[in-house]
Structures are given as structure tokens and as C-alpha cells.
Design a protein. Sequence first.
Length: 608
Amino acid sequence: MEDKKLINSKEVEFRDVSYTVIEKQNFYKVTGTRDILKNVSGIFRNGELSAIMGPSGAGKSSLLNAISKYRTSGVQGHMKIDRKSSCYIVQEDQHQPLLTVEELMNLAYDLKVKDRKSKEQSVSEILHHLNLNHQRNSTADQLSGGERKRLSIAVELVANPKILFLDEPTTGLDEVTAAQCIRLLKLLASEGRTIVCTIHQPSATIFNYFDNIYVLAKGICVYQGAPSAILPFLNQMNLFCPTHYSPSDFIIELCDFSCGEVIPTLSEVVQNGKLYCVDVSESQIQLKNVVTSMVLETKKSRAAQLGTKRSNNSLLETMKSFSKLMSTEGEISLGRQFIVLLRMMMIKIYRSKIPFAIQLFHHLFCGFGFGCIFYNSNNQAERMFDHLKFCVGCILVIVYTQVMTPILSYSMEVKLVKKEYFNRWYSLTAYYMALTVSRIPLQIFFNIIFLSLVYYLAGLPPQLWRFCLFSLAGLMVSFAAEGFGLAIGATFSMVNANAVGPMLIGLFLGLAMYGFDFAKEVPLIMYGVMKLSYIRVAVVAMVLSVFGFNREVLDCNEIYCHFADPKVVLRFLDTEHVSYWNELLFLILILIFYRVVLFISIRKRCKT
């Protein structure tokens, strides 16, 4: 192997990379730090299939995340990689649900490739190349494990990336399917790509497919080189592999169970990844330096290197390869990304027939049941506290309906968003806009059904404008509650979101109910605190829509009804001088606040 300075942008080179995590006893107390990677170096060459191996906890996935820049927090060192020509395929095969293989391919193409003329041909060629043509009309959930893995690769190949990172591509696959997956990666690498994957303990057959092996143990590199050079290398260290024993099994067990100086000695010989085993001679292993000093070179030396090392032909080839990379964010407009994502989300909503039926039944059942409880009661003056319960109940039904679903489900979707955003499918702005707009029609549809039923059955005045005010308050709190749920789901993991969400809802509910029976005695400071609860603001807006705007005197079936005049009700609740439009404006401000938190949380999750 020729020892030369590396200038190929299709290769991945890293030097003195470390990765440190902060260990916490609880949310506040930091107990210390732990080094996952310890100044490792190495290189993965173009046209080769490279494997990062090691026992559990050795730092394989951490190294892959660091050099691909999938994770940046806690990572230090120098890495040379062209992010625009790379993609990362995570261990879990995450795909948009309810979309077929062909629709997923078209989605990836529309978001990553500017030229639409060769769309059908390119999609067909990739599916044929990866043996997925027969599953074009199947959804991802209907595919086998190997087919899902090939689909994960296929959707990234539409932009012709030159560098592919894969985290445990054979996990969960049987031996035959795993071998097929590795053979596919070998074929893709032979076509001029740099492919790097992590793998725990490959079989002897799979092990021999790799061109380069990078072995980690306890966060340090103990070997880098050709698979065939492992045994001669270990023999020179007086570490002899038993007869009929797989070299991959032997070196993994050596790294997993060795004590003393074995691992540090091996790491010292290869200089923690700076040296590469290139000779498979039994008598002598030749180690050559493959890590360049790219971080130490001056701009002048780099320019000179480019001038002397690259010929006109190689430069032309490089430019041609980059011309195929049509998936940069600058080329696909924000408007097109928004339209494509909105269309995809609307297709998912349209095909979610069972969730649609459940929600429709829920709103019909709640609207009819709630309306029957307060049937024709909203014009009876002697039932003033029932009127208040009616307003509070309507808001609570809407809030709990809109909050819990995103809290329970959105944490999982963020993982998919992070993968697609990292691989430059779309900008977060386009995704956020499409997410917001796509959820509006069904929210309006379902809430209007519920609000219409309760308004009519409760006997509220048959005034269209009053119904519009009543519905507007319900819709605004619905949007605010959904934003709250999405923000919680995007900020916390699923487990923590299930704890934080109900806790905050309980707090907001307490503030919503506080002080209605002694409104005149509520301290001024508490009014400011209660404004923090969007449920309280919505209840006040609902009360004003029901009893405000000069509503006529209520019916009284007793000798004397103190609350027959709606103005007396508003005076008793200390809302006589409160403006409905101010409350509505405050709801809009709260809605905007939760949506901003949602965007920041998604961005933070995708950037870490």
C-alpha cells in the first residue's frame, strides 16, 4: 500500500478524537465525567468497506457518531469529512409510517434532488439494484428485517452520497440475511463510495468481506488494517489464535476479557490508530502511517499539496462526483420542501383510518354525553354554578384530548426527524411549517363537532355570532394545548414526557379553578400567576362568550334568582371588566410561546 498524504474528499480521516460524557447522580448533581473515546485516530478510505469492531461498551457507536458528526456534544479532536457527501443510517430502521416503498423513495427524491426529469428512472434503478422492486407497493411495516435495512440504504442513495455510515446494519438479522446486507455494502463500496459500519462480532464469512477493520477496546484503538493481517499482527505480539478459531471471535474475546497490559500494548504498537497494518506476511507485519497532519498544515502547504498531488483528470472526476450531489439545502427551496412534506403528512392523515374513526367517535360521544348532562340548563338562572362547570368542562375535554396524544407519540417521531434532518432531507423550518399546517384541518373539524353538540344541547342562545365566539375560544385553547403537548413530547423522552405532561396539566388545572367562588378576594399577584395557565385564560374566554356581550336575562323558575342577569354572574366572577378579545389575544400569545418552545426543542434534539 502506498504511503501518501490523503487529499481525497471522499475519505474519512480523524486524529486524536475523544468523547466525554457527563455523569449525573440526578438532574442537578454532577458526579463526574467518563471518557468513552480516548484520543483515537484513523482513516477510512474511498472504495473500501470498513468495519468498526469491538466488544460491548468499547465505543463503536460513539466513534461512528463522532466522526460522522451525528453527535457533537462532548466530542473533541480533528476530523476531515465532507458532510455534504455523507449520510448516516441509524441502527433502527425508521421510516415514515403508512407510506409505501415507492412513496418513500419519491419523498426522498423530491426532497434531496432538484432535477425531476430522471426521477422515475433513478428510483426504479435503485430499487432494482437493491432487490426491492417487488415490494414497491408495500409499506415499511410489511417488509422483512433485511428489506427494511435495504430500504434505509435505498432512500439515501437517491442523492448518490459518497460516504455512508451505518450503525450495526446486521443487528436483528439472521446469518444469511446479514451476509446479503454486507455483500450489498461491499458492492456499493466498490462503486466508489466510502462505507463505514459498526459491527459487534461478525461471522468468519462476513468478516472476510471487509476491506478494513478498526478494532476498539475500552475507548482506544488496538488494531487497524486488513482482516487478513490480524493474525500475523497478533502472532508478533505472542498472542496466538487457536486452530479453527475465527480471527474476529479471537480479537473480540481478547479485547473483552484481557487484563493487564495486553490492550495498552496493542494500542501503543498501532499508536492508537495512527498506524495501519498493510502486510500479511507471517514473518513480519509492516505498519505504515496513514493519518495526515491536516490540522497542522498551513493553507500554503495545503495549496501546494493540491497542486502536486492532483492531476487534471482526478480533479475532473472529483467535480463530476460532486455534481451528482443534488441534495444540498440551498438547491431545494424552502417552499418546495414545505409542499412535499405537507403532502406527505396529509397522506399519512388520510390513511390513518382507525385513528380517524376513534377520534370521530370520541368527539361525538363526548359532545353528546356532555350535552346531555347539561341539557337545556344554560338558560336557567338558578343553576349558575352549573354554568361555570359547563365552561370548565368544555375546556378540559378539549385540553386533555389535544395534549395527551402528542405527549405519548411525538417523542418517537423526533428520532425520525433527527435522522432525516442530519441527512439533509429538509430544513427544520420547512418541517415545522408542514407539521403545524397539516394538523389544523382535523383539529377544526373535530372540535367544531364537539362544540356544536354541546352548544346546541346545553340550550345556549341560537345566535350564530355567539356560537362563533364560543367556538373560537375552544379552537384557540385546542391549538394551545396541542402546542403544549408537542413541546413536551419534543423536549423530553417518552418516559419523562408521560410524567412531566400530566404534572403540568394538574398545575394549570388548579390555577384554572382557583378563586371563582371568592373572586373579589383573590390577591392581585395571583391574577398574574393564573395568567400562566392557558386553561384558566380559556375558561374566562368561554365564560365571557356565554354570559358576555349583553346577553338577555336568563329564565327563573323560582321566586328570586340572584343570577338571572348575566352581568351579575360576570360581576360575581370578577370578569365584568375583562375583555374577551384580550383573553383571546393572551391565548394566541401562549400558543405562540409553546410553538417557539417546540421549534427550539426540535432543533436542540436534532443538533446534539
